[in-house]
Design a protein around this ligand. Structure first.
Ligand SMILES: Cc1ncc(COP(=O)(O)O)c(C=O)c1O
Length: 499
């Protein structure tokens, strides 16, 4: 019987018809490795077996294995076969992506004759290979979540299977979760809403996709902040809108007061500008709402981490500022619970609920209703708020610890002026001549994940500030000390003065 890998390669080889058999097999195997079909530390089949399975000569397989080894995808262990390496050469691509050094991804997309849209996603891909550890920005401490409580609720619900939770969701998500969220958001975020304005999504990424597909057309003008979250920018790119990136200052986005082409959509992070951290001032909030009302635009408020403000009062949402505000509010459980839960939500004006619910059902065929129901109970029983309160204290401690390290070893000039005691990351400011991408790449190679601030800008232009995003929420003090030491070394090597 043929192995799964044999089946996979035979299908791929039928699609990849350019060049010699050796070249085609090399590309197919490399793709399998990069895509994780062959996971790190997996043993490749013996060359004789693979050759027999897919009907090629053993020499073709041997020379392919040799090329994979030469390019760093596999390693041969004498007498023990050929193994996929633990750390792929592609791992460093993400930090290099915006610098035009992504020939590898480009050649990958060429090899597989991707559409222009597909190639563009590969070219702009920015998700880090590392999603955990010092200093991954935006990662909550997933080990602190009360998994036992959540799984007890899930187990109880699984024992009483309800047909309504096992079919496609057509109603904008689990109704109990929508009710629990409406009650929570009214109090915690001053959002004006009822359950019949809430649509559950599989996270913010899906919510952005839904809103941009349902409310804008190809070529429409869409405003975003500059810098902004790369994930949002890439979804907008793929949906073909005309992105206009507006500068931000200490009061948040600086809107165009008399735009020649009015925006259809305006994406903002009013409570905690991503990634710099400023807060949209009351005057700017009013301005933005006025512009949106005047031109019939929708403001999309991404309220991704405002549960985590460590001092003072939380800023209320923009959505709740005025009755019938032209605002779509977007939230996520990725920061308060854990990212792999893939749950987020939209609060939409009443007239948009029905059409957006239908578009969501047509595009994504919603599901995961049992998990949603479990989450509703988790919130109703008070565990959600208790967890947030506990994490707020923990992250505050880690935030202050990291700030002290920066003060002590680098000095106040390295603390960005928009940093506030909030969120899951802060900005380490670097002098304007610094190559923050090179520093981030160097740190990544030494096992410390930091992201270069300049890459969060739409274009590399003079306005792009240099700095590093340091996530502190998922790192305890001991690991933070060690990782900070590595980072200091990288800064020294880059010629940045340290105290
Ligand atoms: C600004 C911003 N919004 C939203 C999210 C969360 O996205 P999701 O809900 O798809 O996990 C992130 C994740 O890093 C983010 O940085």
């Amino acid at each position: 019987m043929r192995s799964l890998l044999g089946d996979y390669l035979l299908q791929r080889l039928q699609q990849d018809i350019e060049g010699t058999l050796h070249q085609r097999l090399f590309r197919c195997l490399r793709y399998a490795i990069v895509e994780g079909v062959l996971a790190p530390k997996t043993r490749l089949p013996a060359s004789r077996d693979l050759a027999k399975e897919i009907g090629v000569s053993r020499n073709t397989v041997l020379s392919t294995y040799e090329q994979l080894q030469a390019e760093g995808y596999v390693e041969a262990r004498t007498g023990h076969g050929t193994w996929v390496v633990e750390k792929l050469p592609e791992s460093f691509l993400t930090t290099l992506a915006n610098r035009g050094k992504h020939q590898e991804t480009q050649s990958l997309s060429k090899n597989y004759v991707l559409s222009q849209r597909g190639s563009s996603i590969v070219g702009y891909a920015a998700a880090s290979p590392n999603q955990w550890g010092a200093f991954v920005p935006g990662a909550p401490d997933v080990t602190e979540f009360p998994h036992h409580v959540f799984s007890r609720i899930q187990a109880k619900l699984s024992r009483e299977p309800d047909v309504n939770r096992l079919i496609y969701s057509n109603a904008g998500g689990c109704v109990e979760l929508r009710h629990a969220l409406a009650d929570y958001l009214k109090i915690a975020r001053s959002v004006q809403c009822d359950a019949d304005q809430i649509i559950i999504t599989e996270g913010t990424h899906q919510a952005i996709d839904l809103v941009s597909r349902a409310l804008s057309d190809i070529g429409d003008q869409v405003w975003i902040e500059d810098p902004a979250y790369w994930g949002m920018r890439n979804i907008l790119r793929i949906n073909g809108v005309n992105i206009r990136a507006l500068a931000i200052d200490e009061e948040g986005i600086i809107p165009e007061l008399h735009p020649k082409t009015p925006p259809k959509l305006i994406f903002v992070t009013p409570s905690h500008q991503y990634p710099l951290g400023s807060h949209l001032s009351p005057a700017r909030r009013k301005q933005l709402l006025q512009i949106a009302r005047q031109h019939g635009s929708w403001i999309i408020e991404d309220d991704y981490d405002s549960e985590f403000r460590f001092s003072g009062q939380p800023y209320p949402s923009l959505q709740g500022l005025e009755p019938d505000a032209p605002v779509i509010y977007m939230g996520t459980f990725s920061k308060t619970i854990y990212p792999a839960l893939r749950l987020g939500y939209l609060v939409v004006p009443k007239q948009l609920f029905s059409p957006l619910r239908i578009v969501a059902a047509e595009l994504y065929r919603g599901g995961h209703l049992l998990v949603q129901k479990a989450l509703a109970e988790f919130i109703r029983e008070g565990h959600y708020e208790a967890h947030i309160r506990r994490m707020r204290l923990l992250y505050a401690k880690r935030y202050h610890f990291l700030m002290q390290l920066i003060q002590r070893y680098l000095g106040p000039d390295f603390i960005h002026e928009y940093n506030s005691a909030a969120g899951l990351h802060l900005i380490l400011k670097l002098p304007t001549h610094c190559d923050d991408v090179a520093i981030a790449t160097n740190a990544l190679q030494r096992g410390v994940t930091v992201r270069a601030l300049s890459q969060y800008y739409m274009h590399s232009h003079a306005r792009a500030q240099r700095g590093l995003l340091l996530g502190f929420a998922c790192v305890d003090e001991k690991d933070m000390m060690m990782a900070f030491g590595v980072l200091l070394q990288c800064l020294r090597e880059a010629g940045v003065l340290t105290l």
